[in-house]
Design a protein around this ligand. Structure first.
Ligand SMILES: NC(=O)c1ccc[n+]([C@@H]2O[C@H](COP(=O)([O-])OP(=O)(O)OC[C@H]3O[C@@H](n4cnc5c(N)ncnc54)[C@H](OP(=O)(O)O)[C@@H]3O)[C@@H](O)[C@H]2O)c1
Length: 266
């Protein structure tokens, strides 16, 4: 009997998704067959999640109803080699910068859906873009939505916007972590001990994000409320403005989109 889900490449992204599926009971360990690029990492995945995991890509393709492709984009050709999907098999790809048309060419006969998750899926607070390929059926979309539901918010994204979605939401947690690190270091530079400073940075970020999500008003208004004329916050925001903070974020997101185009070409 085939497993419900086969995973090709069970690294950071697939592990975050798998952990959440197992934790919520959406999948049982016995529903999953996975593979990685080395025996050592396969053993780690098997020990961590209790799923069948080896290094045999063909065994995953042969043994699963649905296949989740989650290797690095540049490794996909090497990982798949001459292997072909099972006839009419559903394939889900999380590969950044690889459009459905390229996947459909590489996976003849498969029904392909492109996904773009971010790592907060681990806590059920992720975002997942869902972009069906031309071969996917309405039933594929419905069943994939059901599979993704425990991971967070599923957003229908047209193919032309997937790279933008990825640059904001897929890569976005890294930008937020960068700010978190910088804020904690700034506190330490003002004499706070590392533990306290890290706690202040983390809880401030979390509290502000929750406030923004629940206030029903734009963040610019919330920012104005914290910013008294001539006060401390205004002095700090003046420095951000002088270093072109919003433009830096815009440029960073554009760089991520440009890199996606390069990856697609390679
Ligand atoms: N990380 C993110 O936040 C994020 C967000 C959105 C999308 N993605 C996408 O998710 C995909 C994976 O990214 P990641 O960050 O999870 O990378 P990763 O941690 O490096 O995981 C890649 C996985 O692929 C395995 N692998 C490598 N070569 C293989 C082969 N020949 N056959 C089977 N498995 C092989 C690796 O095994 P070894 O460890 O043994 O090499 C590892 O388990 C990428 O396409 C990326 O674009 C990632």
């Amino acid at each position: 009997m085939k497993k419900r889900l086969g995973i090709i490449g069970c690294g950071k992204m697939a592990s975050a998704m798998l952990a959440r599926w197992l934790e919520t009971g959406a999948l049982a360990a016995d529903d999953v067959i996975a593979c990685t690029g080395s025996a050592a990492s396969a053993e780690r995945v098997a020990a961590t999640f209790g799923v069948a995991c080896g290094t045999d890509v063909a065994a995953v393709i042969a043994g699963a109803q649905t296949v989740l492709l989650a290797v690095k984009p540049q490794l996909r050709a090497g990982a798949l080699g001459d292997l072909r999907p099972q006839p009419n098999q559903r394939w889900l790809s999380v590969l950044a910068g690889v459009p459905t048309v390229a996947l459909e060419m590489q996976l003849p006969g498969a029904r392909v859906l492109r996904l773009m998750p971010n790592t907060p899926v681990r806590l059920g607070r992720g975002l997942v873009a869902l972009t069906p390929g031309t071969t996917a059926t309405p039933e594929d979309v419905v069943e994939t939505r059901t599979l993704l539901a425990p991971l967070g918010t599923v957003v229908d994204v047209v193919e032309s916007h997937v790279d933008a979605f990825t640059a904001v939401a897929g890569s976005g947690p890294a930008y937020v972590f960068l700010f978190l690190e910088a804020l904690a270091e700034a506190g330490m530079a003002q004499g706070l001990d590392p533990q306290t400073s890290a706690l202040l940075a983390q809880e401030t970020l979390l509290g502000a994000a929750l406030l923004a999500a629940n206030a029903g008003r734009p963040p610019s208004e919330l920012r104005a409320e914290v910013t008294s004329k001539g006060g401390m916050t205004q002095a700090a925001l003046h420095v951000f403005a002088s270093r072109a903070w919003p433009e830096t974020v815009t440029e960073a997101v554009a760089a991520a989109v440009a890199r996606a185009a390069e990856l697609a070409r390679s």
